[in-house]
Design a protein around this ligand. Structure first.
Ligand SMILES: Nc1ncnc2c1ncn2[C@@H]1O[C@H](COP(=O)(O)OP(=O)(O)OP(=O)(O)O)[C@@H](O)[C@H]1O
Ligand SMILES: [Mg+2]
Length: 363
């Protein structure tokens, strides 16, 4: 997907300016810089994960702009990079997308007019309140005289909030993508984890963060389904807090580093994993009932909850679908600045940021 919500029209003329992928999410700011290692290989040059205090970002909205700007500034200093251009993403819930079919061979102006008139019909806001973008996907199925166009629209303030946050941090937003599209972009990095390569298979990428579970299903690199539902690692943190009378900070640390009483595993962790697997199962049932698909061949788990030991087994047991943890860096060269063991641990959380960092290499 090559949306940028018209942040910078010059971008279209500039050939691949260097940029960083910046994922502004509920629990942290994730920043990734990818370089070209030659032979079609990427290199991870630098990355950082900057934690955010509770309620800084909530439901995909920037609730505390100063704190977000401060965190971005700090993350950028941690990176030690010189690149100031960034690619950002909107949460899928903030974006209305629609695929339309138009005659092939329209020029840019004609296409724009067509897109605007279509958009007028289904976007519930005045067009001057939205950022509108579109991308020609390719020839329409069974119709050589027509092309399929993806339209994406978001309320202006959603775009402006994110742009303002990075600008207050002294950086410049060049690209505004959509989180689920960034996940889709990053799929090319994890597909080689499948022995079959994934050809003609329905692949579900399930990103489970702190508050949301993002479900994307792809068939031959094309998204066939996207959905978000409320479920995430915060539920486990809260249960740890309640059970062991800890503050949320203490619970968060204990959850990651261990050291909880002996009954934690059986009485807290296993029930949470059971719920998580059930949520995944239900999400897939919902996918089957709302599309013509009736199977998923493989599941990739991403997001912070992919780091919980036993998560793949729990999902496999419940769904009977082969499940793996997404590691977008598995086939990449790794800069000597990056610690490989830490990277392997953080990898599933960096999938979206990685998909954004790949925008540097847009043709
Ligand atoms: N090592 C770990 N073990 C268990 N849980 C972890 C670990 N590391 C992070 N988490 C959990 O993962 C969650 C954060 O994941 P992630 O960074 O993907 O979420 P997010 O993108 O900020 O949230 P959202 O997608 O809901 O906006 C938190 O609930 C955190 O406790
Ligand atoms: Mg996330």
């Amino acid at each position: 997907m090559r949306l940028d919500f018209n942040l910078d029209l010059d971008f279209l003329q500039t050939k691949s300016p260097p940029l960083l992928g910046v994922d502004i999410s509920t629990s942290s700011i994730k920043m990734v810089e990818l370089g070209d290692a030659g032979k079609g290989l990427y290199r991870i040059e630098r990355y950082t994960i900057e934690p955010l205090a509770k309620d800084t970002v909530a439901d995909g909205n920037i609730a505390n702009p100063d704190a977000v700007a401060e965190a971005i500034k700090h993350a950028w200093r941690q990176m030690g990079t010189r690149i100031k251009n960034v690619a950002l993403a909107l949460p899928a819930a903030a974006v209305i997308t629609k695929k339309i079919i138009v005659p092939a061979g329209l020029n840019e102006n004609e296409l724009e007019l067509q897109v605007e008139s279509e958009a007028n019909q289904y976007i519930p806001f005045a067009l001057d309140e939205v950022n509108l973008d579109f991308q020609v996907l390719g020839p329409a199925a069974n119709s050589p005289d027509e092309v399929e166009v993806l339209i994406a629209a978001s309320r202006k303030e959603k775009v402006d909030d994110r742009v303002a946050a990075v600008e207050s941090a002294g950086l410049k937003a060049l690209v505004m993508d959509v989180e689920s599209f960034a996940t889709q972009t990053a799929y090319e990095l994890i597909a080689p984890q499948l022995s079959s390569g994934g050809q003609d298979q329905a692949i579900a990428i399930i990103d489970i963060g702190s508050t949301m579970m993002h479900v994307t299903v792809l068939l031959n690199n094309q998204s066939v389904y996207m959905r978000e539902q409320t479920f995430g690692g915060n539920q486990l943190t809260q249960e740890i807090q309640r059970r062991y009378s800890l503050s949320s900070e203490e619970a968060e640390i204990a959850k990651r580093n261990g050291g909880l009483p002996e009954n934690y595993e059986a009485e807290v962790l296993q029930p949470f994993l059971g719920n998580l697997a059930l949520e995944v199962f239900r999400a897939l049932q919902f996918f089957f009932s709302s599309t013509q698909f009736n199977r998923v061949d493989h599941i990739f788990v991403a997001g912070g909850c992919a780091l919980i030991p036993g998560v793949e087994e729990a999902i496999l047991q419940r769904t009977q679908i082969p499940t793996a943890i997404a590691n977008p860096f598995a086939g990449m060269a790794i800069s000597s600045r990056v610690k490989p063991r830490q990277l392997a641990l953080d990898a599933p959380m960096l999938l979206t940021a990685c998909g954004l960092a790949m925008r540097r290499f847009d043709p």
